[in-house]
Design a protein around this ligand. Structure first.
Ligand code: CA
Length: 364
């Protein structure tokens, strides 16, 4: 009897203790957070702006309304290229952009956007989530009071829209092209003139001839942007962005102020959105490519081998130079490069070999 009583009192004590804990948690979880998310895209812009909306909505739904996020398009609160600084100083709690825009902050950011002739979407996500990539990205942004999260992936892009044909390396000389990040650096080494323009200025610049060419993303977004009206030559492959990661960045003070469950929700909502963008883009690119070719008479062309070989060589130089900038860039480069080499060994005999085999279908 005594023993039973002892067990009972233990149980009651444990129950009492847990109900206090639950009560405290319940109290803490009532806290509500109203966040602002600033973006580098026009409001509701397909794929990118809608991914920002999707992330905000997911977080609100998953948190049962405890976090509400108001999404701002570029220039509504701050200009497209000021998202990083504005979230860093807390003007907004969250930003939605691409790390490729911030090389002025630190050269190493480029490994978290896109590396020309680098890893594809599947490999990049493998590196980020299981190869130490996220940890390095977090270490890098920490000095800016930011927490980065991958929230989207484009998959393979197109090389872009050109007013004139690209038949040889000569055609790259003096070519004024909107192409950000390392891709732009590689083009510069090939004799071109890279230009960085925010999304909202690309179409008019190409149409007016202020630029000779532009890359943007792939058929779905490029169709939405109407780029086929400004140039008819649509080149592949997207050597400069074999897959581009879209980022969310969170002000660290705002993130730390969240209870632990909401922190998990914010990160998992972004992770879910990362997968979602890749699937959405893949699904919609197929349809858009048909529309561009069949309805708008777009000429789809492959860049000559000579051009790709040269760009690839210049790219190796450019990426190695990023690694030489500082010890941290070296560390990220080595992580990316080592992972990439192992990944391509596997990809060559899995995805690549399969796709090559599939393309033979019906050709015998
Ligand atoms: Ca692009």
């Amino acid at each position: 009897m005594e023993r039973r009583g002892f067990i009972k009192s233990l149980a009651t004590g444990a129950l009492a203790a847990s109900s206090v804990t639950i009560g405290q948690r319940a109290f803490a979880s009532k806290a509500e957070f109203n966040w602002k998310m600033i973006t580098s895209w026009p409001k509701n812009y397909p794929l990118l702006g809608t991914n920002a909306n999707h992330v905000a909505k997911l977080i609100e739904q998953m948190s049962n309304g405890r976090i509400r996020i108001k999404v701002y398009g570029a220039n509504e609160l701050v200009p497209a290229f000021e998202v990083f600084d504005a979230v860093s100083r807390g003007t907004a709690q969250m930003g939605h952009s691409g790390a490729f825009y911030w090389k002025g902050k630190h050269q190493a950011v480029q490994f978290f956007g896109a590396i020309p002739f680098g890893m594809n979407a599947q490999e990049v996500n493998a590196w980020l989530y299981y190869g130490g990539g996220m940890e390095l990205w977090e270490e890098l942004y920490d000095q800016f009071n930011l927490i980065p999260v991958a929230t989207g992936s484009s998959g393979a892009q197109m090389a872009g829209w050109f007013r004139h044909d690209i038949n040889s390396l000569e055609d790259l000389k003096g070519l004024k092209m909107r192409i950000p990040g390392l891709g732009g650096e590689v083009l510069k080494r090939a004799g071109g003139v890279p230009v960085n323009l925010p999304a909202g200025e690309i179409f008019t610049s190409l149409q007016s001839g202020a630029i000779d060419a532009t890359e943007w993303t792939g058929p779905y977004l490029d169709l939405a942007f109407g780029l086929y009206k400004a140039a008819k030559n649509y080149y592949y492959p997207g050597w400069h962005e074999p897959s581009t990661t879209i980022e969310a960045m969170i002000n660290k003070d705002a993130f730390v102020a969240l209870p632990a469950d909401l922190q998990v929700i914010v990160k998992q909502a972004c992770k879910s959105a990362n997968m979602d963008m890749l699937a959405e883009n893949a699904a919609k690119n197929n349809i858009a490519l048909d529309t561009l070719v069949d309805k708008h008479g777009v000429q789809v062309k492959c860049l000559p081998d000579e051009v790709l070989t040269r760009l690839s060589g210049l790219c190796l130089e450019a990426v190695q130079e990023v690694a030489e900038q500082d010890p941290f860039s070296r560390k990220v480069y080595e992580s990316y490069n080592n992972f990439s080499q192992r990944a391509s060994r596997w990809t060559d005999i899995s995805e690549y070999a399969y796709l090559k085999g599939r393309s033979l279908e019906g050709k015998s």
